[in-house]
Design a protein around this ligand. Structure first.
Ligand code: CAA
Length: 284
């Protein structure tokens, strides 16, 4: 097992993966970011430049610091680039078969002592782990959106995870200045298990004409939350929200998590929230 972390890989540079790569590079780690093709890599580079660029505009980073962060991230379309990483964090879309395929490839190219982590919000870490020949070195590491801002990181162990692999990830989260909590492989882990009953109920209330979307959001924002529930689901993505509700409902049969019909309809219609320009609200 790698004693100290120097080089960390990130597979998938969408919203979450790019945010995670930025957080890692900000802490001084060398990062290898891998995407499937040139277009996706270009989008990933765009996420990284925009996010750090915004920090420069707000006076939180100097242009030199931004450049140093970007220089620490090497981008590649080849899994082979991950061969000497101490830890690899997978952040590809939430589809079990896709994640399992990525882990099979990681298992082939990564060093035998490397820890493999999955950033999943709704899938079973155990089911992902068993697609490798080293399930004892597979850990869940669940960042929240937006990753550069949100403090919480859930660290998930399966029944097979070695304590040493878990402590590599716990040490990393501490180094990143985040708040790490450790949890077993249960649908929704801690935060989503508590959050999504509320979010799902907000969607159902909106669907039933209980109040306008603006008033539902204004009510909860005025209680001190940073965002109302419908705005938050648009940020998270309605597809991810639906998957999280379904995963918790499948495991618990708790009716609070039976997805509100409108959530499923909006996902079918391609209204996924901010990332597609329209969800409960429209975005330019
Ligand atoms: N990337 C990087 N930085 C970002 C950012 C992004 N996408 N969005 C906002 N920020 C930064 C801003 O640069 C700003 O930084 P400084 O204070 O250092 O200047 C700070 O965050 C505040 O941003 P804004 O002033 O633009 O806007 P805001 O005050 O309205 O905050 C927010 C925006 C941080 C998103 C805030 O509304 C918030 O915390 N919302 C709740 C988000 C939340 O609950 N996320 C968890 C969702 S659940 C989940 O992710 C789990 C899952 O599995 C689905």
């Amino acid at each position: 097992m790698a004693a100290s972390l120097n080089k960390v890989g990130v597979v998938g540079l969408g919203t979450m993966g790019a945010g995670i790569a930025e957080v890692l590079a900000r802490s001084g780690l060398d990062v290898i970011g891998v995407e499937v093709g040139d277009e996706a890599l270009k989008r990933g580079r765009g996420h990284l430049e925009n996010s750090t660029g915004r920090a420069v505009k707000r006076g939180k980073l100097s242009a030199e610091e931004q450049q140093a962060i970007l220089d620490r991230i090497t981008l590649s379309t080849s899994f082979g680039a991950l061969s000497d990483c101490d830890l690899v964090i997978e952040a590809v879309p939430e589809q079990l078969q896709l994640k399992r395929r990525v882990f099979e490839q990681l298992d082939e190219v990564c060093r035998a002592d490397a820890v493999l982590a999955t950033n999943t919000s709704s899938l079973s870490v155990t089911e992902i782990a068993v697609s490798t020949n080293r399930p004892e070195q597979v850990v869940g590491v669940h960042f929240f959106n937006p990753a550069p801002v949100m403090k919480l990181v859930e660290i998930i162990h399966s029944v097979l995870t070695r304590p040493e692999a878990l402590s590599v990830v716990q040490g990393l989260v501490e180094r990143l200045g985040k708040v790490g909590v450790t949890v077993g492989d249960r649908a929704g882990f801690i935060a989503n298990r508590l959050l999504f009953g509320y979010l799902n109920q907000a969607a159902a209330m909106y669907d039933a004409g209980h109040a306008s979307r603006e008033d539902i959001d204004a009510a909860m924002k005025a209680t001190g939350l940073p965002m109302g529930p419908l705005t938050l689901m648009d940020l998270i993505g309605l597809d991810v929200s639906l998957e999280v509700c379904e995963a918790i409902y499948r495991e618990t049969r708790d009716r609070r998590h039976a997805p509100a019909p409108i959530l499923r309809q909006m996902v079918t219609a391609g209204l996924l929230g901010r990332k597609t320009g329209r969800g409960f609200y429209s975005y330019d």
